[in-house]
Design a protein around this ligand. Structure first.
Ligand SMILES: [Fe+2]
Length: 348
């Protein structure tokens, strides 16, 4: 009893730190998940403050990208660029990724086998085409602006194997959701063309904005997410990635858009906006260079040293991944292997 009390006391500084940064779990953090605090508006206060600071940082970083890109991002919540790389450069990049051999993490979502590799700058240094992409001035500026943090993103290669020969598991990617309570971005450069056969990305344009209707929805969801015990339905809802129903979307006046795009398309999206992975109708692959740039939403400042800050984040995230790996490997949720991505489901 005394032991658990001491552990509880030890946890308080961590919970407070999470509250003041990107912590979002209503389940694991009793402050974020407090019914009474959320009834008094804790969650909506975090949502509003994070949005205001995001807008402030975007304003300061405006010189990084042309006005048309800024308008597209702020109006729709995403930037879409077809034929992003010169054709020859893209073909060489696709070939390099096809040939890639290294450490791959593999796990099941629904009937999809997801393979992912964290591409640190050490790994990229050995891959001329991927390094050229990461150093691409236009991509660098877009990601640094859209993240509002002036920091280059973390890079991954993600290869989906749709309808793979696996034992199905719940698939959180298929539910329409917002990743978290604050604006943050992910980016994808599509190596395969995307259509209904291999699961297009679905995004709700404009849903990244904080309207009055969205704020009311956030308030209701925050109270729902505080439920405990048997009242708490299973699923990923409680980690703070709120799911949204089709009815609620319609009520807020939104219509989802499906991104069937050719290979060599760049998509950068604010994942505070609602999104999901569309159904894949056939056994197929979908490979992307996947980028992520999440940061403390309550820090009003951005870095003045983009490259070294990116390296520091990369190092830190590498340590976190190692810790997460241990748990997931032990539970059987994840498998790791050294080798190539599985590409046998790719259309000829
Ligand atoms: Fe998501």
């Amino acid at each position: 009893m005394a032991k658990s009390k001491i552990r509880f006391l030890w946890k308080w500084p961590q919970w407070l730190l999470e509250l003041l940064s990107w912590g979002k779990s209503f389940k694991n953090n009793p402050i974020i998940g407090s019914y009474w605090l959320n009834l008094c508006g804790l969650h909506v206060a975090r949502v509003v403050l994070a949005q205001l600071l995001f807008r402030f940082r975007l304003l300061l970083l405006a010189p990084l990208v042309p006005a048309a890109d800024r308008r597209e991002f702020q109006e729709n919540g995403f930037i879409l660029k077809e034929n992003f790389l010169p054709a020859e450069q893209f073909a060489q990049l696709a070939e390099e990724l096809e040939r890639y051999e290294g450490d791959v993490r593999e796990f099941v979502e629904g009937t999809t086998l997801t393979q992912r590799t964290f591409m640190t700058h050490h790994v990229r240094d050995g891959m001329a085409e991927l390094k050229a992409l990461a150093d691409n001035r236009q991509l660098d500026c877009l990601m640094r602006y859209c993240s509002s943090k002036n920091r280059p993103p973390l890079f991954y290669i993600e290869n989906l194997c749709n309808h793979a020969n696996v034992t199905p598991r719940p698939d959180p990617q298929r539910d329409m959701h917002a990743d978290t309570f604050h604006p943050c971005v992910k980016g994808w450069l599509y190596i395969d063309p995307v259509d209904d056969s291999n699961g297009p990305y679905i995004y709700v344009p404009g849903s990244h904005k904080l309207s009055w209707a969205r704020l009311k929805w956030e308030y209701r969801q925050s109270l729902e997410a505080c439920k405990q015990g048997a009242a708490r339905a299973p699923g990923r809802y409680w980690d703070g990635s709120f799911r949204v129903s089709a009815a609620a979307l319609e009520e807020m006046g939104f219509a989802p858009r499906k991104f069937c795009v050719p290979a060599n398309t760049l998509l950068i999206g604010n994942v505070y906006g609602f999104h999901r992975r569309g159904e894949a109708l056939a056994p197929s692959n979908r490979m992307t260079v996947w980028m992520q740039a999440r940061d403390n939403p309550f820090n009003p400042l951005f870095t003045l040293w983009p490259r070294s800050t990116a390296r520091a984040f990369e190092w830190g995230w590498g340590r976190v991944l190692e810790r997460l790996d241990r748990g997931k490997l032990a539970s059987g949720e994840q498998r790791s292997f050294r080798g190539r991505f599985s590409r046998q489901l790719t259309r000829g």
